[in-house]
Design a protein around this ligand. Sequence first.
Ligand SMILES: [Zn+2]
Length: 398
Amino acid sequence: MCARSSAARPTDLVVVDGRIAAGPAPRGAKAVDGGGRIALPSLVDAHIHPDKTIWGGSWVSRKPASGIADYVAQDVELFRNQRRPVAERAYGLMSHAVARGTRAMRAHADVAPAYGLAGAEGVAEARERLRHALDVQIVAFPQHGVVRTPGTAALLERAAREGLVDMIGGIDPIGFDHALDEQLDLVFGIADRHGVGVDIHLHDRGETGLRAMRGIIGRTRALSLAGKVTVSHVFCLPGLSDRELGSVAADLGDQDIALTTVAPSDSLVLPVARLREHGVRVGLGSDGVRDSWSPFGNADMLHRAHLLGWVTDVRLDDELAECYRVAAHGGADVMGLDHADLAPGAPADFVLVRGECLPQVVVDMPRRDVVVHGGVVVARDGEFSTDPVAGGVTGTGG
Ligand SMILES: [Zn+2]
């Protein structure tokens, strides 16, 4: 993947029917000059919350909060004070992510009686407008708890039954919902009945988090949902001894349960390499972006790859390049997408940047000059294109 400009020869990337093709460009193909830039696989945001964002709107000052219940109350307050509907805010953030080189995202949208299905419907509307530029999976996320907030389970079921969402979420079944078996039975029951996946937020640490993990692994096995379940954050794993981690990772690998991390800190980031030794798919994500929870976040997955390198204190070129691969291919694995690895047959999803080589790009985070999705130029000079152009691109093999 990494090729120093001094060593890399400029090459043509030929795109036919949205995929990289071997051989010369067909007659009449549209050419786009890549100007000798490095071509890199487009990125995948495996965990983001576009319904909560105030992206593109006025600054909001946040109030002190401690614990999920406080944050949830402030979410509702912010939602009610927003003049712009979810669809517009989500579209603003999602199109910005495209301009930063994101080809696909798994979007968690709050589902709770306070909103009904407005969050998921708004994200679905934004997804439709961006169909040519971005692949989106929507998770019905019970941010207010499944059991502690009556009416939520029925809304989750409706979202799945009506085909509005691809997955059903969950949240700290012990630490927040205080109903381990009840929440997991409800969530997995809906997934099983409607043929959708599961993606559960698990912040609980220590033995509490591990008990929830065992409940998730057990139900995945019992309902034959291998390959369809993801657990996000999973703060109970990084503190384990190597032997304990190996044992959980073996169970996850056995049931093909995927994990996502947002690389929040050195003590909470998932041990990606160790997990992958057991075949565990691990993706990287943004989480909330400029919402009531946090003023931070920018939906820029190159920046997130940089943060992964920063919090894990990497130095070596291979380690930096691996951070990029987690941000690109790790998320694709989690979402069940082909790798956009620029090989013949791969999706023609790539990003052109000025730079020397991939490790340097991860550190310097250059502007995404050209973003191509399915062979179509969807962003240029860091800006989302409202007038996309189809065609092959002449660039530099990355
Ligand atoms: Zn989240």
